[in-house]
Design a protein. Structure first.
Lengths: 116, 320
């Protein structure tokens, strides 16, 4: 197994772990964190594909590698915005719950709300 | 033997990802995420993506990690209530099955990737000559796909506008973040005096070598921004009020120069962001030099956060 396969398979595992955390962890900050784990898995998968494109003395395909740099910066921008929204929500309401009911209940875990 | 150097980091990264997901305490999870980001850097080096490794360690692990750790410390009071919302075992099981299915599907795709792999490396090498830069990734970022880089710098600016717009009305135009008060004789203040001269040189060096070797403006700007944050957190200086015109001009200077050169390309080379023959390297340098300070300022201010105090900040309190 070469590096591209090992880290390609790791990347698939990271996407799965991140997705599980995204659904299961109720805290919005944990969802942002899980979103970053999913993102890094996607980046790593793309990086493994870039490595497979090594040719003519280059150690990898430079086009995906350049797109990855852009992707990491954009993911940081989205994370920063999400964290600031969350902190403002906490300042305004004193709580960070995403639950719509009056009392926190276990029956309404809606991960989609974390992205809005 | 070589495989050990792939498998050990891979196992460590996987274990850290699981830890950040299952750790009970959110603060612990975010600290785990920083370690995870640093270990990912090793994976990127193993994949020979040194430019990406620099970006991942600086932005993916460093800045994102700092952002999450700081937020988790502020949100500590909400932890107990959130734990009560933990979904039932059946939901968790369904989530685990879904996640495993997604992973398995991706793994099948990874193992079935075409061989030989498709690559744009020959096209990049065939056209890199006229751009005048030696690092193929920089050539892609600044010449072949300069639109991406332009939009990326604007995305960062929009993120900053988004962060600022979350300020309460009464402090609009004020200073971001709290006024940090560290012991002026403490280790933090000491490091904040010693490290920045070195860090700024390293940041500018990484920026400069990006033309021919791994590095570039985003990685360099992140290091410079980190030095500024260190000085801020040590209480040696205060963040500027966001209403300051000079500050805002500095933020948009880089993207504006990039756009201007892009439109100049319409007149001189027939397309937006095209460079006329023989002018590629100088124009790329102008864009890079204009972007780097704007990027450092934008990244630093995004990290500093939304305005929390009015412009007339309270005088510094005596350190305990």
């Amino acid at each position: 197994m070469n590096a591209a396969t090992v880290f390609g398979l790791l990347a698939t595992a990271l996407v799965g772990v991140g997705l599980y955390g995204f659904i299961v962890n109720p805290q919005p900050l944990r969802k942002i964190l899980a979103f970053n784990v999913i993102g890094s898995g996607v980046f790593l998968l793309f990086g493994a594909i870039a490595r497979r494109g090594a040719a003519l003395g280059l150690s990898g395909d430079p086009v995906p590698q350049a797109l990855l740099i852009t992707g990491i910066v954009v993911a940081f921008s989205a994370t920063a915005l999400a964290v600031t929204v969350l902190l403002r929500l906490f300042d305004e309401t004193g709580s960070t719950t995403l639950s719509s009911g009056p009392a926190p209940s276990a029956s309404d875990p809606d991960p989609a709300k974390a992205r809005e | 033997m070589i495989e050990v150097f792939h498998l050990v980091p891979a196992l460590l990264i996987g274990a850290l990802a699981v830890y950040t997901t299952v750790a009970r305490d959110t603060f612990a999870a975010t600290v785990g995420f920083i370690a995870y980001g640093l270990m990912l850097t090793v994976a990127w080096v193993q994949l020979h993506g040194v430019d990406v490794a620099l970006t991942e360690s600086a932005i993916g692990g460093g800045l994102t990690g700092l952002l999450l750790v700081r937020a988790s410390a502020k949100l500590r009071a909400s932890e107990a209530a959130a734990r009560a919302e933990r979904p039932r075992a059946s939901t968790r099981l369904a989530a685990a099955i879904l996640a495993a299915a997604v992973s398995a599907g991706l793994a099948i795709a990874v193992l079935a990737l075409p061989d030989p792999a498709p690559t744009l490396a020959p096209e990049v090498l065939a056209n890199i000559g006229p751009t005048g830069v030696g690092n193929p990734i920089t050539a892609v970022l600044m010449a072949f796909r300069a639109t991406d880089t332009l939009l990326e710098s604007i995305v960062l600016l929009l993120a900053l506008v988004g962060v600022w717009s979350l300020a309460p009305d009464r402090v609009w135009g004020g200073r971001p973040g709290p006024r940090y008060n560290a012991d002026p004789d403490g280790i933090l203040a000491f490091i904040a005096r010693v490290l920045p001269p070195i860090g700024i040189i390293v940041g500018i060096y990484i920026f400069w070598v990006g033309a021919d070797d791994p590095g570039g403006k985003f990685q360099g700007a992140t290091i410079v921004a980190a030095m500024w944050l260190l000085v801020l957190m040590a209480g040696l200086t205060d963040a500027p009020p966001i209403s300051r015109r000079l500050l805002r001009a500095g933020l948009v200077a880089g993207p504006v120069a990039f756009i201007a050169i892009g439109f100049a390309g319409v007149a001189t080379a027939g397309a937006f962001l095209a460079y006329p023959d023989g002018w590629s390297k100088p124009l790329i340098l102008v864009v890079e030099f204009a972007l780097m300070p704007s990027l450092a300022l934008t990244l630093g201010l995004i990290m500093a956060g939304a305005p929390e105090r009015t412009e007339a900040a309270s005088p510094r309190e005596a350190a305990p």
